[in-house]
Design a protein around this ligand. Structure first.
Ligand code: FAD
Ligand code: FES
Length: 257
């Protein structure tokens, strides 16, 4: 596996978030929606690779995009990279979202930077009807609105303070839409409280759902056991590994702490 790829471009999405295009024919050919790549970010104290979801894959161009929010040393170092720089990436890794042809009407529910993996899912899912519900804290945090609009049949945005789209949480939007429409499967990614609430809403309506979990990672390939999460198993529970068994799990199986 070739680990060294090349940065194609970096475009700001807002003041602390950017979209990085990476040239890699291998990852662009193999990457599935919901999978992630593990990136060596460089910089002092960011020795461990950092995981980022595949946000958009351009198979014909041999490139893919990751969206990155600057949080700490690794993402800060990534933000300083420039077009043409070599970049060390492992991937694609993990299990992605299901792409079932029997799911004719789907909804994606994203909160903040949790929207990133949902874009490629909308691009690749065979459903005839696609609804996107995206929630952000404030207007300045709203990202990729046009990109999502281009990939779905209906897009609704909420902000906590009502400065853009509908006022309130995206989970309230989900409740409203599920009362109005028949949806076959819901795909969720965002902060834990939001995912927990969205899963409860889907369970209440008997609609299957899938969540993409974020945990701190070490190796990214199931060897170090850093990324454990609790899942239901045969009436009991066990630990699963977000990097190997996920990051996408059925909403029903995850035990949110
Ligand atoms: C499967 C997966 C997919 C991800 N996809 C994306 C993505 O598409 N875009 C994106 O911007 N980020 C994504 N993340 C989160 C991203 O990996 C972290 O933000 C990044 O590793 C932080 O590195 P850092 O060195 O900048 O921060 P650090 O210095 O390591 O930490 C800074 C702060 O971020 C928190 N943090 C670090 N890692 C994580 C993590 N994995 N989950 C939650 N909080 C964390 C720390 O607790 C700390 O408060 C994903 C994480 C996972 C597990
Ligand atoms: S990150 Fe090492 S086992 Fe998951």
């Amino acid at each position: 596996m070739n680990l060294i790829h090349r940065v194609g471009s970096i475009k700001p999405l807002n003041e602390d978030t950017f979209l990085m295009t990476i040239e890699s024919a291998e990852i662009a050919a193999a990457g599935l929606p919901g999978q992630f790549v593990n990136v060596r970010c460089g910089g002092p104290d960011a020795y461990l690779r950092r995981p980022f979801s595949l946000c958009r894959v351009h198979r014909d161009q041999g490139t893919f995009d990751i969206g990155v929010q600057i949080r700490g040393r690794g993402t800060q170092a990534l933000s300083l990279m420039r077009e043409g720089d070599p970049i060390d990436i492992m991937g694609p890794l993990g299990r992605g979202f299901s792409l079932k042809s029997e799911d004719k009407r789907i909804a994606v529910v994203g909160g903040g930077i949790g929207v990133f993996p949902l874009l490629q899912l909308l691009r690749e899912h065979p459903a005839a009807e696609k609804l996107a519900l995206l929630g952000f804290r404030i207007r300045d945090q709203v990202i990729m609105e046009k990109d999502f609009r281009d990939e779905c049949h209906e897009l609704c945005i909420s902000t906590d303070d009502g400065s853009w789209g509908v006022a309130g949480f995206v989970t309230s939007l989900l409740e409203k839409k599920l009362a109005e429409k028949k949806i076959d499967r819901v795909f969720i990614c965002g902060p834990v409280p939001m995912m927990k609430r969205a899963v409860e809403t889907c369970k209440g309506k008997n609609i299957p759902c899938e969540v993409s979990l974020e945990e701190r990672m070490g190796c990214g390939i199931g060897a170090c056991l850093v990324c454990a999460c609790k899942v239901k198993l045969d009436g009991c529970w066990d630990y699963a590994h977000v990097c190997k068994d996920g990051p996408v799990f059925s909403g029903e199986s995850v035990i949110f702490e």
